[in-house]
Design a protein. Structure first.
Length: 432
């Protein structure tokens, strides 16, 4: 029996039950202690278990996408987007479905014909969160690492890494992130190659998923914010969106509405209750907590008038990019990964101040910095987008043009092809 896996399996089962009786920060502290022990165990095994060096001629030239490509989370969407680029740009690849958590809402793997139980190509690209990487090694064993070139696709939202994660960097030969913001963070801690490979955003929708389908009013100007509780509600900061909406419009204004779309968590509780307390007595605030397919979510974004993200930090900001592509103007914090594809011509960029991260927030150590967006400034943008149609159209049109130019499959494909060739050329040169 693998002690590391047993510890985490117990943790996943206990957290939802304990959350009903124990404060969330205490649960997070205990879980953090368990995962720290697992991390140390995995690093030790990685360093001591025998593995062959990368052999550029042993496997076919190409990439194995390893991770939960069926996940409805951002990391699953990241895998699907990358697979879409490689398919479009004729880059050889396979998918290897791997998940650390059996529960959760799933999406269909669009590349089923490329799914494999093995690792047929020479490069492995692991779409596995940094915190979960040790447990992934314990579950997968040394086989995928042996004889392959291993890349970790990681993302982080602050300018400093958690100290406990730094040892995990020995388990990859190279790192890819979706933004220079994130890449610069990892470059502080390693001399290994760190490459920025932006998301090539696609946002398919279906008009049958209209406002009526979601139970939303058809005669109101709607603002939308969304988050997943497991993505850390403190980072996504939907409370600031509520404050901005309440400041921008009178209570129960019949011409406007705020939609709060949430993916609830079994592990973290209380965030929805807090938002409902903040909006008590408001009949123009709508909570959506059902599970939706990605095409439904995209359609929802297209159905509303404005998407709002007053995040404290983003490694990329995928939903903001998708909103731009769907023709929905955005209001967003002017800090972190999203500023690489957003500016004041293409979005309503909200002023902020950098503040210390508070106490008892998982992973983010107290003393690190993130952004506190001005909800007053955001409220002004809400009013302007509602009242000024010329401004609304300008932001929408500029965003649509900009996002298609910046994040095309062709431009991202060129980055990937260049790195694959560089990896193989270097390995072949060194093998002579």
């Amino acid at each position: 029996m693998d002690l590391g896996n047993t510890i985490l399996d117990i943790g996943h089962k206990v957290r939802p039950v304990a959350g009903k009786f124990v404060p969330q920060f205490i649960i997070d502290k205990i879980y953090e202690m368990l995962t720290n022990n697992t991390g140390k165990m995995a690093v030790h095994k990685f360093k001591t278990e025998p593995k062959k060096k990368f052999n550029p001629v042993r496997f076919k030239k190409g990439i194995n996408l390893v991770g939960d490509i069926e996940s409805a989370t951002g990391i699953g969407q990241s895998m699907r987007l990358l697979g879409g680029v490689m398919e479009d740009q004729n880059i050889p690849f396979a998918t290897h479905q791997f998940s650390l958590c059996e529960d959760g809402f799933s999406q269909e793997n669009p590349f089923k014909d490329k799914n494999t139980d093995g690792y047929p190509y020479g490069i492995n690209l692991f779409h596995i969160n940094t915190a979960d990487f040790p447990n992934a090694y314990l579950k997968l064993g040394p086989k995928p690492w042996s004889g392959h070139y291993n890349i970790a696709h990681w993302v982080w939202e602050l300018e400093e890494l958690p100290e406990k994660w730094i040892p995990y960097m020995c388990m990859a030969d190279e790192f890819w992130t979706p933004s220079e913001f994130a890449s610069n963070v990892f470059r502080k801690y390693t001399n290994k190659k760190v490459v920025t490979v932006p998301h090539s955003v696609t946002a398919p929708y279906d008009e049958k998923y209209d406002r009526k389908y979601f139970g939303l009013p058809e005669d109101r100007f709607l603002f939308l914010t969304m988050y997943a509780s497991d993505s850390l509600v403190e980072r996504k900061n939907p409370q600031a969106v509520v404050r901005a909406f309440k400041k921008a419009f009178k209570k129960n204004d019949p011409s406007v509405g705020l939609v709060i779309k949430v993916v609830p968590s079994k592990h973290r509780t209380g965030d929805i209750d807090e938002l409902k307390r903040m909006t008590a007595g408001y009949d123009n605030v709508y909570f959506l907590t059902d599970e939706y397919e990605k095409i439904e979510v995209n359609s929802m974004i297209r159905d509303v008038d404005v998407y709002v993200s007053l995040h404290r930090s983003e490694g990329f900001g995928l939903t903001l990019a998708e909103s731009m592509m769907l023709g929905t103007p955005t209001i967003a914090t002017d800090w972190s990964g999203n500023v690489e594809f957003q500016n004041r011509e293409t979005a309503c960029m909200v002023n902020y101040k950098l503040v210390n991260v508070g106490k008892n927030i998982p992973l983010f150590p107290e003393g690190s910095k993130w952004a506190e967006a001005s909800f007053e400034h955001a409220a002004g943008y809400m009013r302007k987008l509602y009242t000024d149609r010329e401004f609304y159209n300008k932001i929408r049109d500029n965003a649509l043009k900009s996002i298609n130019n910046q994040l095309s499959k062709e431009s991202v494909g060129k980055i990937i092809k260049k790195r694959i060739n560089a990896i193989y050329n270097k390995a072949l040169k060194n093998s002579k």
